[in-house]
Design a protein around this ligand. Structure first.
Ligand code: HPA
Length: 234
């Protein structure tokens, strides 16, 4: 067992889906996986292992924000040997061309988090997705007829942010959406030589003010999970 995950060695599969909300982890395990066991309940951050299309896969809640996901990703890689990590989450769109309910595959992530600045000192590291996972997810999403956008996202430490200038500056640099975890996932995966990807559904729009209903969020979430699961096991 690691500090925050109560699993034994071998309990967690090499490929894992990472929703922020632990109840989403439970939902994915119960609705998409077979032969499921729950390996973690520490802090209520539920984790499950099962099979999808005959292949072993895990799903683990990460909590919200850079510090929380960093803890889980670090321990999954270093204590349990996880090799392919796919975040499944939501984001707020920053560009008019992106619509609510679209799926965004994050190629890279800018951030206002101080973590990388401290680690890399004067250098601006570029947190980047794994290309193989990205291509598999992109091809799978196209096959499913989903509205898919591939591009960069902004990982923010602040959810309630009134700074419109930052939103405009980033949108002017083709950043598609804001969320709170991807830069940490990509940086830590790169540090330990494993593969990571973020697949995000657009739950709200910072420019148009549009939002999704909980029913819409559930449907888009299901489509996104299928894409992520296929990418993880293929
Ligand atoms: N900001 C940060 N994270 C988010 C948002 C947002 O507007 N929407 C969904 N995740």
């Amino acid at each position: 067992m690691s500090v925050h995950i109560g699993a034994k060695t071998g309990d967690i599969a090499e490929s894992i889906l990472l929703p922020g909300d632990p109840l989403r982890a439970k939902y994915i395990a119960e609705n998409f996986l077979e032969d499921v066991t729950c390996y973690n309940e520490v802090r209520g951050m539920l984790g499950y292992t099962g099979t999808f299309e005959g292949k072993r896969i895990s799903v683990q809640g990460t909590g919200m924000g850079v510090p929380s996901i960093s803890i889980y990703v670090h321990e999954l890689i270093n204590s349990y040997g996880v090799k392919n990590l796919i975040r499944v989450g939501t984001c707020g769109a920053l560009k008019k061309e992106v619509n609510v309910r679209d799926v965004i595959i994050a190629m890279s992530a800018s951030t206002d988090s101080g973590v990388n600045r401290r680690y890399f000192k004067q250098l601006d590291f570029a947190p980047t997705a794994n290309f193989d996972l990205l291509k598999k997810a992109y091809d799978g999403a196209l096959e499913q007829g989903m509205n898919i956008n591939v591009g960069s996202v902004y990982t923010s430490d602040v959810f309630y942010n009134d700074d419109k200038d930052i939103v405009k500056l980033l949108a002017d640099h083709q950043v598609l959406a804001v969320e709170m975890e991807t830069s940490a996932l990509y940086t830590i995966a790169s540090r330990f030589g494993v593969n990571a990807l973020s697949v995000l559904t657009v739950s709200d729009h910072l420019i148009t003010g549009e939002e999704t209903s909980s029913q819409e969020r559930q449907e888009t979430f299901n489509d996104m999970v299928k894409v992520a699961l296929r990418a993880a096991v293929s």
